[in-house]
Design a protein around this ligand. Structure first.
Ligand SMILES: O=C(O)CCC(=O)C(=O)O
Ligand SMILES: [Fe+2]
Length: 360
């Protein structure tokens, strides 16, 4: 049995499952049959079939992710470990995601990541983030060294809801660890709503807050090719997407609530680093600071190791990362990241086809 989701909230007790040798054998055989037909996880035909292939994963994996999807009384993270990563097969940690140097080297790992993810929902990407790739790379890039972005390193990444500024943000975020030699921890936290007063909960569930675009969706962090297309006005969809995304909170500062859903056990949406200062009433300011304080005190450090696949409930938990020193020697920390939605239809107006996974 996997460590089942406990009805008591225990921050250091993230539901986790460690694959058995038998399960690893079954997974490898499934991956082999898939790589026979597909050589990229970005292939729409593969993505359309991913939910089907996922039903062939060992039952315990389907069970733990099914529970994670439906039961909402744990921290909001779960980890499936034990898939063996062959450090020399995956090759060096790349210097930039633009070249996708590892496309074939990490094909099995990427397929596995999509299959697990497909047990929680449908995977999708953003045309304004890492050039619309479904699977993102999270490793240090030298030019981002001091930036507040997944590909930075020297700054702690402030805990956040992923893509908090956007109405189509993911329900779940997946992080797959390929390499983490310096044991750099991911930070995960959530809210104990009972530590807020009823009045504070009410304030936080009202639209008083402005969440701005984060660094990862800015044109300067797209690939060289995307930047050129946009600067030269060459590609309509690229122009449209970057204009739309930067519109969200520059021209018209929409105010949103931080808490929503069932307020005795609310969902969350916040990214303090990228939020406007609150200039309204003192009660709003103090409710916000209290909330941040509560979440800060509950931060758990999760140090992912190669082969760990961690899913984070992006409605109930926040996550970030501790700072570290990058060496750019091919052996830096390397994660893959994925976005998962429970409902692709809600973003239909921003996708070119019903089967397209890219939000424009
Ligand atoms: O590097 C990590 O552990 C998490 C970084 C992060 O917040 C992200 O990639 O969205
Ligand atoms: Fe993140």
């Amino acid at each position: 049995m996997y460590k089942s989701i406990s009805p008591n909230r225990e921050l250091d007790n993230i539901p986790s499952l460690v694959l058995t040798p038998q399960e690893i054998t079954e997974i490898k055989s499934l991956l082999r049959s898939i790589t026979f037909e597909y050589n990229s996880i970005e292939d729409t035909n593969f993505l359309n079939k991913a939910t089907l292939f996922a039903q062939e994963l060992p039952r315990r994996i389907r069970e733990v992710l099914n529970d994670f999807r439906l039961v909402e009384n744990n921290l909001g993270a779960c980890i499936i470990s034990g898939y063996p990563i062959n450090d020399s097969k995956i090759g060096k940690t790349p210097t930039h995601w633009e070249y996708k140097a590892d496309k074939m080297r990490t094909l099995e790992e990427q397929i596995l990541f999509v299959l697990y993810s497909s047990l929680l929902g449908d995977v999708f990407g953003w045309s304004t983030q890492q050039d619309g790739y479904i699977i993102h790379d999270v490793f240090p890039i030298q030019k981002n060294e001091n930036d507040q972005i997944g590909t930075g390193s020297m700054q702690p990444i402030w805990w956040h809801t992923e893509d908090a500024f956007h109405p189509y943000r993911a329900d779940y975020i997946g992080l797959m660890c390929l390499r983490n030699p310096e044991h750099v921890p991911t930070t995960i936290s959530d809210l104990d709503v009972n530590q807020l007063s009823k009045a504070q909960v009410e304030i936080l569930s009202e639209p008083h807050f402005v969440i701005n675009l984060d660094e990862s969706h800015k044109l300067k962090n797209g690939s060289n090719m995307t930047q050129k297309l946009k600067e030269k006005n060459l590609e309509e969809s690229v122009n449209l997407a970057y204009d739309k995304v930067s519109e969200i909170n520059t021209n018209y500062k929409e105010k949103v609530s931080i808490l929503f859903g069932y307020l005795q056990s609310p969902y969350l949406r916040l990214d303090p680093y990228f939020m406007d200062n609150i200039e309204d009433k003192e009660e709003i300011k103090s409710a916000f600071h209290e909330l941040v304080d509560i979440i800060n005190k509950r931060v758990t450090l999760v140090t992912l190791k190669p082969g760990d696949i961690c899913f984070i409930d992006n409605y109930r938990s926040v996550h970030g990362r501790k700072p570290f020193k990058a060496n750019y020697d091919g052996n830096d920390r390397w994660l893959k990241r994925i976005n998962i939605t429970k409902d692709l239809r809600k973003s239909r107006s921003a996708r070119a086809k019903s089967t397209s996974r890219i939000i424009l």
